[in-house]
Design a protein around this ligand. Structure first.
Ligand SMILES: [Fe+2]
Ligand SMILES: [Fe+2]
Ligand SMILES: [Fe+2]
Length: 406
């Protein structure tokens, strides 16, 4: 059956993925959404505007895949890469029909109010300044400690009041101070209350069913974020997706399954956003402790994708790429009978593409070498024999699909 996905759940899943980049500063985008929305409500914005603002806040750091950059940005908003991640976020969102609505606000979310371009749409200008406000507040909160936000109310309100008319529009600062007057505002920012707050928002204007080609855009967006994490993994997800489609075609999958296995390839490593850069880029084999962090990634992929209604099966194909036929893979130790042909295809494509790429601890493997390595995985009952045979038979086509995706 062709894929039909609700855009609201896709945006919430995307925000869960971006949350992972925080590693320890979990839920940054979500708190920014709460702070901005509660302030904007006092400005009397209509519901649809509030919905767009929430989505823009959830995705405001879409240009940040690196855990190091994220740490700099949330702990010291003035350092980090300045505004480069804003421009990158804008470029990532602009090509996608609905998400492009949010692009301008995200582009200017580090631009002080007096410096906003004169030709910027009024709504985008206000939204960008509300994100800047909320980003500031959360950065201050993280510096003080997120366990008891109410304890830091006076200090933070003082700092925000001082920014009125400078970084912040006077109305925006005033609205925040109004919202921040209640204790509930601060208590709700605590770790236990953030997710329920968002779950209860209807975001009605984002409850739109998107079809497969549109959802493929979202999956491409996810793959760009993941692949931007390190130059070692640039275009990895895209290559895995292309190769999965190629292998699926050779193995006779139907058109819908081919489209879906490609999506699984694009999103299979979304959980890697939670792995610190130092581990991804380590120029040596990982210690047990580091590997235990790395091992989390396919579990996180599963948790993010399976919560998108309609994506439950694709979530399995994507998240089982480190499972092994002998039942000794991770994270679930599922054995062969639980691993569908599509899961096996993504697993082979993942190993093939990774071998074809440079890694911090080794150079790229030459194409001729790859079938030999894959055979060892077959002999050890990790990868599927038939899928590996198809990948090796027409090595040049597999290599091209994995390394030069369209
Ligand atoms: Fe931020
Ligand atoms: Fe992986
Ligand atoms: Fe991978």
């Amino acid at each position: 059956m062709p894929l039909q996905i609700d855009l609201r759940s896709a945006v919430l899943a995307l925000s869960d993925a971006l949350d992972l980049v925080g590693v320890n500063d979990f839920q940054h985008g979500k708190r920014v959404a709460m702070i901005a929305r509660e302030s904007a409500t006092l400005l009397g914005l209509p519901q649809a505007r509030l919905d767009n603002l929430v989505c823009a806040c959830l995705l405001h750091d879409v240009g940040v895949s690196s855990t190091v950059m994220h740490r700099q940005l949330v702990h010291d908003i003035e350092s980090g890469d300045g505004r480069a991640h804003c421009a990158r976020g804008y470029e990532l969102l602009l090509p996608f029909a609905h998400l492009s609505l949010l692009a301008n606000a995200i582009r200017h979310h580090h631009t002080p109010w007096p410096e906003l371009p004169a030709d910027l749409d009024e709504a985008d200008a206000l939204d960008s300044n509300l994100i800047l406000l909320a980003d500031r507040v959360d950065s201050l909160l993280l510096r003080q400690g997120i366990e008891n936000p109410l304890a830091h109310r006076e200090g933070i309100c003082g700092e925000i009041a001082a920014l009125a008319g400078r970084e912040l529009a006077p109305d925006v600062a005033r609205a925040f101070l109004g919202a921040a007057a209640s204790a509930a505002f601060w208590i709700a920012l605590g770790p236990r209350h953030v997710q329920p707050y968002l779950n209860e928002l209807p975001l009605s204007s984002w409850r739109i069913t998107i079809d497969f080609p549109q959802f493929r855009h979202v999956a491409r967006l996810v793959s760009s974020i993941v692949d931007a994490k390190s130059h070692f993994t640039a275009a990895h997800s895209l290559g895995v997706a292309q190769l999965s489609r190629h292998l699926g075609t050779r193995l006779g999958l139907a058109a819908d399954a081919l489209a879906q296995v490609e999506i699984a390839g694009l999103m299979h490593d979304v959980g890697k956003l939670c792995v610190p850069d130092e581990i991804i880029e380590k120029p040596a084999h990982l210690t047990r402790l580091e590997f235990s962090v790395m091992e989390r990634h396919s579990f996180e992929t599963y948790q993010i994708l399976r919560h998108i209604p309609g994506l439950e099966t694709i979530a399995e194909w994507a998240a089982f790429h480190h499972e092994a036929l002998n039942g000794r893979g991770y994270p679930f130790r599922h054995a062969g009978e639980r691993l569908s042909l599509e899961s096996r295809i993504v697993a082979v494509a993942d190993v093939f593409q990774a071998l074809a790429q440079e890694r911090p601890y080794r150079g790229p493997q030459p194409a001729e070498e790859i079938p030999r390595v894959l055979e060892r995985f077959v002999a050890n009952e990790i990868l599927d024999r038939d899928v590996v045979a198809v990948a090796s038979e027409d090595l040049e086509a597999s290599w091209l699909a994995a390394t030069r995706p369209l």
